[in-house]
Write a protein that binds this ligand. Structure first.
Ligand code: NAD
Length: 260
């Protein structure tokens, strides 16, 4: 079953990790793709993987910074120009930032993390929702985090921004349901991507793999999540099968966030 035939989906942060994994699942299911990332090399790598799965796939690559409102407006306009509509939006690009105690958390670092993870998600919703409202259909999946529903520690900027993403999701979901548009968020736990490797390196330097083994011990499933597991979830949430799911924040973390 191809749930995304004739569907147009925008993915931000498509050049790596969760964005790339979701893109590949969407490609498998026939989507026309607009792939956005700051990292042009990452975007090209994702495009190659898409074409390997689906040689006929229509793909538009856009190098852009989601923290720049004009760049976001541009990728939305470019999508309409090429494909004429937006059925799905995986609003996903984000960074972790430098870990530190709250009192030592750099003001510039805080500003940077919030401007990408929160302002960037807001800009994306602002411009995409206008289009989806006019269409009377569409689905948005915002990437929050377990750090958006629980305290993690040493991540003031990340926690503030991801809790903000949850707030934006819930607020807009109740505004746009009446227009046939659903908005959900995902809250991944530790999924093994370059971002998580970077995070483990902040904790353990070259010893990061050992640190990783310790890190997952409290997880009920005793392992990291796989990017493709998030890809399957995102594809479901963006598909018409999930049209009546609105305003939710879905954890994908092996059950860790429910642990006492
Ligand atoms: P990643 O670093 O592998 O990929 C993130 C991608 O976003 C990169 O390609 C990067 O170039 C791009 N990006 C970063 N800043 C950008 C910007 N300003 N504009 C455009 N693109 C930008 O990380 P990932 O693990 O795939 O993370 C994706 C999302 O998932 C992030 O929002 C992250 O916070 C969230 N998340 C990840 C995990 C995890 O365990 N991997 C857990 C919870 C939440």
């Amino acid at each position: 079953m191809k749930r995304f035939e004739e569907k147009v989906v925008i993915v931000t942060g498509a050049g790596s990790g969760l964005g790339q994994a979701a893109t590949l699942q969407l490609a498998e299911e026939g989507a026309k793709l607009v792939l956005v990332d700051l990292n042009e090399t990452g975007l090209k790598e994702t495009e190659e993987k898409v074409l390997a799965i689906s040689p006929e796939a229509e793909v538009l690559l856009i190098t852009a910074n989601v923290a720049d409102e004009n760049a976001v407006k541009h990728f939305v306009d470019a999508t309409l120009e090429k494909f004429g509509k937006i059925d799905g939006f995986f609003n996903n690009a984000g960074i972790e930032g430098k870990q530190n105690l709250t009192e030592d958390f750099g003001i510039e670092e805080f500003r940077k993390v919030v401007s990408i993870n929160l302002n960037g998600v807001f800009y994306g919703m602002k411009y995409v929702l206008k289009v989806m409202k006019e269409q009377g259909s569409g689905s948005i999946v915002n990437t929050a985090s377990v750090g958006g529903i629980r305290g993690v520690g040493n991540q003031s900027g990340y926690a503030a921004s991801k809790h903000g993403v949850v707030g934006l999701t819930r607020n807009s979901a109740i505004e746009y349901g009446q227009y046939g548009v659903s908005i959900k968020a995902i809250a991944p736990g530790a999924i093994m991507t370059p971002m998580v490797e970077g995070s483990l390196r902040q904790m353990g330097g070259d010893n990061w793999e050992e640190v990783g083994k310790e890190f997952v011990k409290p997880n009920p499933m005793r392992r990291f999540g796989k990017p493709e597991e998030v890809g399957y979830l995102v594809a479901f949430l963006l598909s018409n099968q999930a049209d009546f799911i609105n305003g939710v924040v879905v954890p994908i973390d092996g059950g860790q966030s429910y642990k006492y």
